[in-house]
Design a protein around this ligand. Structure first.
Ligand code: CA
Length: 231
């Protein structure tokens, strides 16, 4: 169920949006001010934000800027909901990284269609990224076939090893703690604990030689796929 955060201070519009979004099958959280909105964003994950520009405290443009500057929030789609006459704000908002906008009074059907399209685009993008073959030097990671090849020779890896390697390589240059890695690769029934992450990494390094240096140990944090190697 897609989770939508509505940052909007007008009670009538809050009610209208909540009613229609819930009817479309979305989970809805409403925040009545910019500060509340940021608080909710820090507290839980969202798939899309409907952002009013005129808010009582921090205005929508500022929220937009804060979200785009923060790695964990940067990719959440933002649709601005603006008052008529705010065209210059719309331009600024789009340049700050908002994805789309509607002008009040908006047609509910149109807004729902735009939300749907935006969510679909996110899903397509995620699916594409997921399917993308990764090649770094002589190492090839193929997420479609769940296969790893070293200098064109397939090497057998377990599902957990594959997921670990693919996850790290998909986020080259980013260091992840063991628990973060567990969150992202767990759930296949293996008894995966933070200690076993180390074991899986050790095994993986052994299997992807001579490219084992691509998986770097980051002291005090965990592991990282070499950034300089990203193709
Ligand atoms: Ca407002």
């Amino acid at each position: 169920m897609p989770r939508i955060l509505v940052i909007e201070d007008e009670p009538d519009i809050q009610t209208l949006l909540r009613f229609n979004l819930e009817r479309e099958g979305h989970a809805v959280v409403v925040a009545s001010s910019g500060e509340d909105g940021l608080h909710e964003l820090r507290r839980q994950p969202f798939d899309l934000v409907l952002l009013d520009l005129m808010l009582p405290d921090r205005d929508g443009l500022e929220i937009c800027k804060v979200m785009r500057a923060k790695e964990t929030l940067a990719t959440i789609p933002i649709i601005m909901v603006t008052a008529k006459g705010d065209e210059s704000d719309v331009v600024i908002g789009l340049s700050l990284g908002a994805d789309d906008y509607v002008t009040k009074p908006f047609r509910v059907k149109e807004l729902m269609a735009r939300i749907k399209a935006r969510l679909q685009r996110t899903r397509d993008g995620a699916a594409d990224a997921e399917r993308k073959r990764i090649q770094v030097r002589g190492l090839v990671i193929d997420p479609v076939r769940h296969r790893v090849a070293v200098d064109e020779v397939a090497v057998p890896v377990t599902l957990t090893e594959f997921r670990l390697l693919h996850f790290l390589a998909s986020h080259a240059g980013v260091a992840y703690g063991r628990y973060d890695l567990l969150d992202n690769v767990g759930g296949d029934g293996d008894a995966v604990t933070d200690r076993t992450v180390d074991v899986h990494i050790r095994n993986l390094r052994g299997k992807i030689k001579p490219y084992d240096d691509l998986i770097e140990t980051v002291r005090g944090i965990g592991y990282r796929f070499s950034e300089t190697a990203s193709s």
